[in-house]
Structures are given as C-alpha cells and as structure tokens.
Design a protein around this ligand. Sequence first.
Ligand code: NVA
Length: 310
Amino acid sequence: MTRHLLRDDDLSPAEQREVLDLALAFRDDRQARTPLAGPRAVAVIFDKPTLRTQVSFLTGIAELGGFPLTVDGTLARIGQRESVADTARVLGRQVAAVVWRTHAQARLDEMAAHAGVPVVNALTDDFHPCQVLADLLTLAQHRGGTAGLAGTTLAYVGDGSNNMAHSYLLGGATAGLHVRIGTPALYRPDAAVVARAQEVAATTGGSVRVVHAVAEAVAGADAVATDTWVSMGQEDEAGDRETPFVPFRVDADVLALAAPGALVLHCLPAYRGKEITAEVLDGPQSVVWDEAENRLHAQKALLTWLLERA
Ligand code: NVA
C-alpha cells in the first residue's frame, strides 16, 4: 500500500525512528542513497509562500538523483481549474511522488486518495510534519542521537492553534517527548489533535499538556520552541494577533526558566521582537540554523523511506 506523510502520526514510533536514523546518515553523507536516480521526477507544489521548504525539497530531490519539478499552485489552481482528484490522477501517472503545501488538510487527503504515489505534506493550515521531523533531528543531533529523544521535554509557546503546535503534539508524542504547549486560552490546539497525541504518548512514554502560563510551559524544559503569531493566510484576519501572545514571547527571562543549556527552536521565518527576541534567536542556545539545514536531511530520508515502500 502506498504510504504518505499527511500528518505526523502517519508514521508509527518505530517508523519515525527509521526516518530520523536515515536522516542522520544523510547528514554524514549527502549522497548516501539515490532512490530517484534515472532521474525520476517529484512534483513540488506551492499554494502558499515558501523559502526553506522549496529550497530543501528541490535540493534534496536533486541530491537523491531525481528531477525536482516545481508547480506554481497559483497557476495550477488545483481544485478550481480541475478537481484535486483529477489532478492527483494526472500527477500520479508521471511523477514518483507529490509534495504539496496547501491550505485545507482535506485537499491533501484527497490528493493522497487518488495519486497512487506517495504524497507529502509540505505544510497545511493544520500540520507541518516535515518541520517537526527536522526539529526532532535537531534534538537528536544535539542530544546524542535518536535514542536520546524519548523523555525529552519540549515546550512550544505562542499560537497553540496553528500547524506547528499540532505537529509538535503529534510528532513529539510519537517520539516519546513530553510536549507542553503554552498558549492563550483562546488559541488552544484542536481538541481532537490533543486527544490523539495523548493516545500516542500513552504508547511511547511521552506526555502532552496544554497550559496557559508561559512559566508553567517552559519550566525545566530541554527545548523551547516558538513560531510566528500570524501564520500564512492570517495576515488580514480581523482581531488582534499580538496582544494576547505578548506574555508568551521567548525572551531571556523566559528562557532562563528552562533547563540550563536548553535548546531554542524556531521553524522560521522569525519576527525578532515579536514571538522571540533577537538576543535569544541569535544567542548561544539557539539551534535554528541547524534546524533549517535539517529540513534537507529529514525530507531526503522521508522521501527515500516512502519511495522504498511505494
Ligand atoms: N505557522 C507558520 C509556519 C511557517 C513555516 C505558518 O503557517 O505560516
């Protein structure tokens, strides 16, 4: 059966570990495997802005021996000119895999149902699983490999209702992390995602907590993560997307509550002075540039893993 990564819990704990171990191998040797040699094409489609995701997927597909085929979603207008299902059928006859950044998760689900080739979520409104794979890889890199992941406490503070929060919950629970989300009460994560993360955590020894005080989230944490307060597509949203989040800004005082030497993560782009101060983002505990590099290794491992099972 064709495998996909539509949300973080599409990989079992053992499978996630396999992908991360393979990603560590790609870190050591970028040409470790070339499953797309031929070259075979992978379609990479963007319905939203991108920098890291485009660069890391296109570079990664080329390094895997393949041909990276960028599709501009604003031209293709998938679902408007042609249904998602018909687009999937056309793509699946020509490319080895489809990577798609889009809005509603349901669009991705429909693509996966009809493509007949692996489909990868390159960010939706609900999840950003490739980023969390890269974040887990970064923790593994700095904490003695994938064996060191289980039992690590990761605090994510800021917008608890966005794609990153949801992916930290599911992906973190899969890795056996203790995931704490610190967010204003109005921006709590989707209840079904929290419930699913709790279910997964019960099998991995991890745990999940949603709290509304930054200190409670960050206290003693091994890693502190945050993300923009205004996700793509929310720019014109009515309402104040700043004031409620100000207490959750990651500054030196907040970071001092975490474990000594706690790692600082941010998926980028970062808004210095908003969700994180320059002092922290550019400070000695920040591993955000490793994290950005690790998108490449994590996604190459993921594509390799999926293609081997296609
Ligand atoms: N939550 C952010 C993540 C950016 C990588 C967004 O969706 O814009």
